[in-house]
Design a protein around this ligand. Sequence first.
Ligand code: FAD
Ligand code: NDP
Length: 445
Amino acid sequence: MDFDLFVIGAGSGGVRAARMSAQMGAKVAIAEVSDLGGTCVNVGCVPKKLFVYAAQFAQGFVDAREFGLDTAVPHFDWDRLRDNKDKEIARLNGIYGNLLDGAGVELMRGRATITGPNEVTVNGVSYSANRILIATGGWPFVPEIEGKEHIITSNEVFHLKTWPKRAVVIGGGYIAVEFAGIFNGTGVDTTLVHRGDKVLRGFDADTQAFAQEQFAVSGINLQMKAEVTQVTKTGDSYLVGLNTGVTLEADLVLGCTGRVPNTQGLGLESVGVLTASNGAVVVDESFATNVPSIFAVGDVIGRVALTPVALAEGMYLAHEWFGEGGRPVRYDAIPTAVFSQPNIGTVGLTEEEARKTHEVEIYRSSFRPMQNTISGNPLRAMMKLIVCKKSRKILGAHMVGPDAGEIMQGIGIAYAMGATKEDFDQTIGIHPTAAEEFVTMREPV
Ligand code: FAD
Ligand code: NDP
């Protein structure tokens, strides 16, 4: 065999599995058709978060006035942000290359196809491997809409030539609300069109409702229970027709209508790897497909599409194969954040989920964060704990407000350890912070 392990896709999951395996002594190859680091580094988490900072800084200038700082809202220079972002991403691409190189992983640039249960072909050359790991991630999905060719996706939005003055964002998931916040925060007249009546399906209902209210307060035009039926180009702009009869005018239409597993042209059918109806590669609890030598991790398996989850899955396999055994991925304790304005952070069950299996107590608090008091910024924060009446364990923690993502990481550790409400109550608060609210809520609602 040429390799112990052949990884397809140098994104979050693939790089982690390849690097760790090689460090533990395996002979490893990795193929990448695009830029190193995958979605997260190039067209996902990292550039998105840089844009989120731009939106937050812009608001900071407004908020600073009543703190005694005479500021004019600065002009937003998209070209500068985009170019600086590109430089930072190029730096990260280099780091990923060095990491692979340093670990002794052989990097092949090109599209890989599985041509046998133990064979991968890249650029016309076939290689044999004891194990093949599919880590090819996901790809934006846009439904069939008349004028679909005018709708861009998150793949393109990071490289725009010009920043729009008016934007329509379609969808109500993570990417939609994050980009609505980025546009709105950088002075773009922003409309979010969502087919449902609540954004962020799957989140706790109070969180959804509260966040949605804050999005509206922040100035985003919300068109709920509405679907885009048609996009037409008129000169340099677009007319976006909705099934509610509304027509919007915009310079940019961003489709954030979900992502699908990226398996096209991978050769799965030729070796008989099973996929689910949504295209996800079907794997068992050890990430094995129905073909014993072929495994898959990350977005392509359609479980939880988050970078740290792909990393944990890749790491599990490396340790399982070439180390002293992998630590199972704690799917039950995945903290996550939505980097909208305001941020949302969450871990554990929603109230609706918890009520199905437990008798619960709900603790909830909503308040104006301190930095929004004298600034006049109308945005509020909400925190919520769901507690099991019997065991007293925290079943879920949710927050909408500044730094919710940062705060939720610590709460996530407590949650993973099985903390009780009394553990929270005994914890001394850090004053004055928003986070202290999590340890000072005393009365159930
Ligand atoms: P990817 O990172 O997508 O990597 C797959 C790689 O495989 C790609 O580089 C691709 O080019 C390559 N590839 C595909 N087919 C082939 C082939 N045949 N041959 C060779 N190479 C191939 N997650 C978070 O946790 N936090 C966030 O804030 C966050 N923000 C996001 C924002 C956006 C706009 C998007 C789109 C996603 C975001 N995510 C975020 C999700 C996160 O990016 C993904 O969950 C993560 O990147 C999945 O890693 P992966 O290894 O499965 O796949
Ligand atoms: P999501 O699944 O989060 O959201 C997709 C949205 O598109 C939903 O609101 C959905 O509506 C809507 N939609 C789907 N199909 C249609 C259709 N045919 N017509 C109209 N609307 C439609 O996907 P995203 O693409 O936003 O993000 C993909 C994943 O990437 C996320 O789930 C998350 O795991 C990850 N991610 C994580 C981030 C983070 O950690 N901060 C940031 C960005 C992405 P409905 O709810 O009605 O189904």
